[in-house]
Design a protein around this ligand. Structure first.
Ligand SMILES: Nc1ncnc2c1ncn2[C@@H]1O[C@H](COP(=O)(O)OP(=O)(O)O)[C@@H](O)[C@H]1O
Ligand SMILES: [Mg+2]
Length: 199
């Protein structure tokens, strides 16, 4: 394995340890701040269609963002992994969200049959993509969980559209580090939101 891949792997392990150790209270208050920065931003308010990751306990909580998307009458898309690729499928309501079962990672997700119907019906342009990740830097580089799902999804999107799709990561203070190791396929973010605001 080349040195960048090794550095990424080591950083993932370090960040996971750090995130798993965070106190629920700390996660809660930092999540609230990040959610507020997002929903009060022009980028969010202008976006008609938003895709959001559905958070695991060690990530910025996206539940109230989901609620806000529906309250604001925006179109909501959520991730679905099929044949090792990330797709976005439309979620229609909080009721539909509550009814979702969890996939093998513990993330709420559509059943395959249901999602496949929705993927073929997919024709929305996503204005704003909210992405998860383990570590970020002020140059807006992102370290994901090591599957490259978002790099491939966003790379493909960038090829087929000339309009501006905005990529925003949500993270805790501790996830901003000096320098994220990157490779040429790594897609740069447009913004990162921490409890202190936008980067
Ligand atoms: N655009 C791409 N084209 C081809 N392969 C890719 C692409 N993006 C990612 N990959 C593959 O996914 C693997 C994991 O990517 P990496 O950026 O390390 O993960 P993550 O972004 O989840 O942290 C890479 O080693 C590479 O093989
Ligand atoms: Mg990557």
């Amino acid at each position: 394995m080349d040195s960048i891949k090794v550095a990424k792997k080591e950083l993932r392990d370090t960040m996971k340890r750090l995130l798993y150790q965070m106190k629920d209270e700390d996660r809660h208050f930092q999540s609230l701040k990040v959610q507020n920065h997002l929903v009060n931003s022009k980028i969010y308010q202008k976006a008609r269609t938003i895709s959001t990751f559905l958070s695991l306990p060690h990530e910025i909580n996206t539940y109230s963002i989901l609620e806000n998307i529906f309250l604001s009458n925006k179109t909501c898309m959520i991730p679905f992994i099929y044949e090792k690729r990330l797709h976005m499928v439309q979620l229609n309501s909080m009721e539909e969200y509550e009814a979702l079962s969890r996939d093998r990672f513990g993330i709420k997700s559509f059943e395959v049959n249901e999602a496949l119907q929705k993927i073929t019906a997919f024709n929305h342009f996503i204005d704003l993509v909210l992405v998860p990740g383990l570590a970020f830097d002020t140059s807006k580089h992102r370290l994901g969980y090591g599957m490259g799902y978002y790099d491939r999804f966003l790379g493909q999107k960038k090829d087929i559209t000339t309009t501006s799709q905005i990529l925003v990561a949500l993270c805790f203070d501790s996830q901003i580090i000096e320098n994220v190791p990157t490779e040429s396929h790594d897609v740069k973010l447009d913004h990162i939101i921490t409890p202190n605001g936008f980067i």
